[in-house]
Design a protein around this ligand. Sequence first.
Ligand SMILES: Cc1ncc(COP(=O)(O)O)c(C=O)c1O
Length: 379
Amino acid sequence: MIAKRAEEIKPFIVMDVLERAHAMEHEGINIIHLEVGEPDFDTPQCVKDAACKALKEGHTHYTHSLGNLKLREAICRHYFKAYSVSVHPDQIVIASGTSPAMFLIFAALLEKGDQVIISDPHYACYPNFIRFVQGVPVMVPVYEEDGFQYRPEAIEEKITKKTKAIFINSPSNPTGNLLSESRMRAIAEFSPHIISDEIYHGLVYEGKEHSILEFTDNAFVLNGFSKLYAMTGLRLGYLIAPKPFVRPIQKIQQNFFISANSVVQIAAITALEEAGEDVACMRNIYNERRQYMVKRLREIGFGITVEPTGAFYVFANAKHISPDSYKLAFDILEKAHVGVTPGIDFGDNGEGYLRFSYANSLENIVEGLDRIEHYLNNL
Ligand SMILES: Cc1ncc(COP(=O)(O)O)c(C=O)c1O
């Protein structure tokens, strides 16, 4: 018999779209991928060189379970430089991606039945992590008219004795929007812990992102190297936790994962310290694509009330085409040969929307949106 927790975990629908797209490519069909949440850029050369050097020098063994101290120190410097916040290296745990870091936080924080407030729409995996450790995700709907930002008063209404944490993600996947400084400050004043997924920090094209640590110490930060440094396959992320949680998290890490990849931890120091120009270059290109995509999607008739200013996503209203985003995404794939992600993947309140990723070349984005226009004209 398969365990209930494994039977019940939901699939990540975007992977279903991607797998169908790959099957079509295998049949010789050209597909434009606007569904994937993965940088199309190569990892910066300085990072690759650092990884090769570390490998050649034999840094191929377990590291400290909290992670390489030099990397943790570099992360502290990064948070001080970017947000003027003081973090101690002993508050940081390096993991094999932001995803395992998220697991570590929930495993250390949640008892059976504890509630975690998350926005709806939200990154598809959040509720699955929470349920896996027997917690209960509590959704707070966020709306297009509001740039998909939380309203602090809507969060307040959902806080109960069982609320262990409020989860924020700015810039957000799937919406590409930022939480304003004033709303973040207001949320930071609530008594549950705040868990802030800061993985898209650095990919902001207008305005400025804020770390939750600017407003409260009662917070956990999640971050990683996948997006900003185009290092998805190298699998490295980290968490910053209030001191009392570090030892329990460390024990879970020791038992479940031992340590993160030794070579990549060394390369990540180079990413933080030397990849600034590469990041700036990628950011400029993303921004160009963002502007084009928003303009073109609006021309084709999709609804974008508030322009997204971060990450690499546009969450567009497609309710005038179909109320069923899953069916629509697969129909667009089958008939227009463009991969897009159905909004339902990100929660019930995402139904009727499609997520378009601009982590693809401008040339492909132009072609993909032309194909979608043609598809719509022939409906
Ligand atoms: C909001 C968000 N958090 C976390 C992750 C997972 O990142 P990682 O590759 O570091 O595990 C993703 C990946 O798409 C994401 O969009």
